[in-house]
Design a protein around this ligand. Structure first.
Ligand code: HEM
Length: 249
């Protein structure tokens, strides 16, 4: 608690001069710190659920649910947690602008690749089990999320990194890049919450105890995922730790 208070008071003074373009006039450090903690909790919970409770992960198996289990693990660790860390990297890493930009785009690339593989495993599971594809709201939103994420990454790469747009194009694109990035991210967190709900509903309809340990674990993992998302958005709308640090918002 004292840590948070001291960080807040340290930044409050300098905040007043720098909040003009800032959505929130708060220092990002306490929020990025909370996001890292929740991210670690999310990784542990999703792995414990799928390895200890759901029987583990497999790319090839006669037990097709082991193929499915890769889906939540890669979506949560990849798209949500590594994607969230990519968003807050401008606020959590005390390095120069060019290095932060590189870290931002590489982490997003990893998140996108893991997300694509994660979605592929859901299709692989359906196809090998004779289950229809793309029948749920979760799956429709999921396709929307991964498509927008890819478009956002490619546009960001071309305009802000290589070959790079003119100064005015970069300036005009930045608010849209920030808005669309946060929009897609919040949609991804909502889609993941729907995924947890859907899987738990399937399990409960096939006999899983409604108030049992696993049901609590799944709901709790979903809540941690949503809280992680909230701290990512808070961090993005707050202020980078150092005055000379570059931060897009
Ligand atoms: C942002 C993260 C996520 C995205 C973008 C996403 C995307 C998708 C997509 C596109 C499908 C359709 C596959 C098909 O039709 O063959 C799917 C299926 C599924 N996903 Fe996710 N998913 C995400 C996270 C999760 C999580 C965390 C869970 C939790 C267990 C989950 C559970 C399911 C289930 C049960 C299915 C099969 C039923 C259905 O097609 O709706 N998903 N997902």
């Amino acid at each position: 608690m004292q840590y948070f208070q001291s960080v807040f008071s340290k930044f409050r003074g300098r905040n007043r001069q720098r909040t003009a373009g800032m959505a929130l006039g708060l220092p990002a450090t306490p929020f990025t710190f909370m996001a890292h903690l929740l991210g670690i909790a999310g990784v542990v919970l999703v792995l414990v659920w799928n390895i200890n409770f759901r029987g583990g992960l497999a790319w090839e198996s006669s037990n097709k649910t082991l193929i499915f289990n890769i889906h939540p693990v890669l979506m949560v660790i990849g798209l949500i947690i590594i994607g969230g860390e990519a968003i807050i990297s401008y606020k959590s890493i005390p390095l120069k602008k060019e290095v932060k930009k590189l870290i931002h785009l590489v982490l997003h690339a990893i998140a996108l690749i893991l997300g694509i593989i994660g979605i592929y495993t859901a299709f692989k599971f359906h196809n090998e089990s004779g289950i229809a594809n793309l029948y749920s709201l979760h799956s429709w939103l999921g396709i929307g999320v991964i498509s927008l994420y890819a478009i956002q990454w490619i546009y960001g790469f071309v305009i802000f990194f290589y070959p790079g747009g003119s100064g005015s194009l970069k300036r005009e694109s930045l608010p849209w890049h920030v808005f669309l990035g946060l929009f897609v991210y919040v949609l991804a967190v909502g889609t993941a919450a729907l995924g947890f709900l859907e899987k738990l509903t399937f399990l409960e309809s096939s006999g899983l105890e409604k108030y049992g340990t696993e049901a609590f674990l799944v709901n709790f993992t979903a809540i941690i995922t949503i809280l992680f998302g909230a701290f990512v958005v808070l961090s993005a709308l707050s202020q980078a730790p150092s005055d000379d640090d570059y931060a897009p918002i």
